[in-house]
Design a binder for this molecule. Structure first.
Ligand code: CA
Length: 401
């Protein structure tokens, strides 16, 4: 910025806690500083409750700029998130002095730096976390919610579906009881029953699985939107049998019927069944998403904390729109990932399915003052700057492992 231009700006500290920096011209327009220099990048493994399993930890990144703006991002917490956090720790110091606004350049530089680790999972989770944090910073710098920066919201209230896991190990009656409890407590717009079975076994209780699906249909009645998540437990033939039953029971989608790495088999199941078959929560690059679509899958489910962050999901949205494929992101983390996902969903024109809501726990509210709560089957997207989350840094730090 030239000195003459600077004279036209008044520097405003709009929020002392966040030290948000906005340059505002005299005619009322606001403009962003020409760069926002990164000061530090911290990898935070967070524990919420005593003796929780590693999968219940959170893997956060906190990026602080020279001007004092703080952005938060989240990586997938697989194995406690330690592998993604390790990647973040490895690149953290190299980002000091970089421009937070160069998030897409930084993303691709780091992806190619670590590509020989294999982009699946740990690396892309780390980069997703960083991308979300840099979008949070960008929004705070201009005082606008992320969804505005992405092109605007088609909606700022997002219906959700209750995503109910662990049903492989339950009896039919137990499945019905668990589903009934969340159905009544949350009044979701739809329900998905997940199997979460042993992936080293295949087709081991097809009749029992169909019986559970039938019992849930009987519980909620005809017409209520139901989905079935196989979590990769069938052969192609087994998946066709289960899929035909789900069609008769009026289920609206059939998720990950076969192993995620059997991309052509996934496409074959999708093409042979009438029910919509979905996959993609275990896809880590846009190229993987394209492979699924080319194989025949017509509903994809990339996860904002596993692949690409907000930038990656926006790229997936464009790919899906171009191919006439439904984008229905996977999302199971209850705080930062959840809110980043809501911002993204607000911007998707053809949003055909509700947002995933996996964890009704309130255990994280100590550190997050304004997490969107499930109400009347919907979440309201925060409208404050960046992700719009009010995060208590000290409460986060107190829970570091
Ligand atoms: Ca799933």
């Amino acid at each position: 910025m030239t000195s003459a231009a600077v004279s036209n700006f008044h520097r405003l500290h709009t929020d002392a806690n966040r030290a948000t920096v906005v340059f505002r011209v005299k005619d009322g327009m606001s403009a962003l500083a020409s760069s926002i220099s990164i000061k530090s990048v911290e990898a935070l493994q967070i524990g919420w409750e005593a003796n929780e399993p590693p999968g219940r930890h959170s893997a956060f990144v906190r990026v602080t700029t020279v001007d004092g703006i703080v952005g938060y991002g989240e990586a997938s917490p697989m194995m406690g998130g330690e592998h993604s956090l390790g990647v973040i720790r490895d690149f953290a110091e190299t980002l000091a002095g970089r421009d937070a606004l160069d998030h897409a350049v930084i993303f691709d530089q780091l992806l190619h730096k670590y590509v020989k680790l294999g982009p699946e999972g740990a690396v892309t989770g780390a980069l997703a976390a960083l991308d979300i944090a840099l979008w949070d910073i960008r929004g705070k710098a201009v005082g606008l919610p992320v969804y505005k920066l992405l092109g605007g919201a088609w909606r700022t209230e997002i219906p959700f579906y209750a995503s109910i896991g662990g049903n492989a190990a339950r009896t039919v009656d137990e499945v019905v009881r668990v589903v009934e409890k969340r159905w009544k407590a949350e009044t979701p717009a739809a329900i998905k029953i997940r199997w979460d079975g042993d992936r080293t076994r295949q087709d081991f209780d097809i009749a029992g699985d169909i019986e559970k699906a039938r019992a849930v249909r009987k519980l909620v009645g005809d017409g209520f939107p139901l989905a079935f998540d196989a979590n990769n437990q069938y052969s192609v033939g087994g998946a066709i049998r289960v899929g035909r039953a789900l069609e008769e029971l009026g289920y609206i989608w059939f998720e990950e019927p076969v192993q995620h790495y059997q991309v052509r088999a996934m496409g074959e199941v999708a093409q042979r069944l009438d029910i919509t078959v979905s996959a993609g929560e275990q896809s880590y690059t846009t190229q993987d998403i394209v492979d699924l679509i080319e194989a025949g899958v017509r509903m994809v489910q990339p996860d904002i904390v596993k692949m690409g962050g907000i930038t990656g999901l926006m790229q997936c949205a464009a790919i899906c729109h171009a191919h006439g494929v439904e984008l229905v992101p996977h999302q199971t983390q209850p705080t930062i990932g959840h809110v980043a996902n809501l911002h993204l969903l607000a911007t998707v024109m053809h949003l055909t399915k509700p947002a995933e809501f996996a964890d009704p726990s309130t255990r994280m509210h100590a550190a997050f003052a304004n997490l969107p709560a499930p109400k009347d089957g919907r979440f309201v997207v925060p409208s404050g700057p960046g992700l719009g989350l009010q995060i208590n840094d000290a409460e986060v730090d107190a829970r570091r492992l």
